[in-house]
Design a protein around this ligand. Structure first.
Ligand code: GRF
Length: 195
């Protein structure tokens, strides 16, 4: 049973979906803690599922590196087998990536390497593409350019807004994330060799 720590910044709908999957005894993982870089609305899902949570506010530290060190200290006691970035809108400092990796993965609402960065859905719309996607990657020192673990195309439909497109992407992200977690638990995905 993999011990997961999930890190969020926002509403946490993908976190909620993962918590629901973990309620299935056949799912080979459980969330031992949820962390956030701010008072994220998504922390309520941890409370509702009885999962401990912590907050390491980015704005409380004088540098990204100091924040990162505090985040490491907040995550480590949970002894995670895998850390999942699920809507964490912060670039992790190298010390954190090295400290948590290679068991550190991220979901992204685009078909990487297309549209990396914090506005992937908006960028795909602006590019006028007729398909984008969802991806799960292993996190390295770059921004959304770590080793691909899973990705799947998602159609962009006429009249899509950022919200309607993102709402079509998220269920795919959630399914891919669950599949990757199952693959890691089953040993089909070896993050050490991907690093
Ligand atoms: C997800 O699409 C994630 O990939 C992106 O931000 C979104 C988070 O959504 N980084 P939520 O907070 O899980 O609803």
């Amino acid at each position: 049973m993999l011990r997961l720590v999930v890190l969020i910044s926002g509403g946490g709908s993908n976190l909620r979906a993962l918590l629901q999957r973990c309620d299935d005894p056949a799912f080979p993982a459980h969330v031992v803690a949820v962390g956030a870089d701010r008072d994220a609305a998504g922390l309520v899902h941890a409370d509702e599922f009885g999962v401990p949570s912590f907050m390491t506010p980015f704005t409380a530290y004088s540098s990204r590196e100091e924040w990162g060190d505090a985040l490491l200290e907040a995550v480590r006691p949970w002894a995670p087998d895998l850390v999942v970035l699920s809507g964490l809108m912060r670039l992790l400092p190298p010390r954190v990536v090295d400290g948590l990796g290679p068991a550190l993965i991220n979901t992204h609402p685009a078909y990487l390497p297309e549209f990396p960065g914090a506005h992937a859905v908006r960028d795909a719309l602006a590019a006028g593409v007729d398909e984008t996607g969802a991806s799960v990657i292993a996190v390295d020192h770059g921004c959304d350019n770590g080793p691909l673990l899973a990705r799947e195309r998602v159609a962009v439909l006429p009249g899509d807004t950022e919200a309607t497109l993102h709402d079509r992407i998220k269920p795919v992200e959630r399914r891919l994330l669950a599949e990757v977690v199952e693959g890691i638990a089953a040993g089909r995905i070896d993050l050490k060799e991907r690093a």
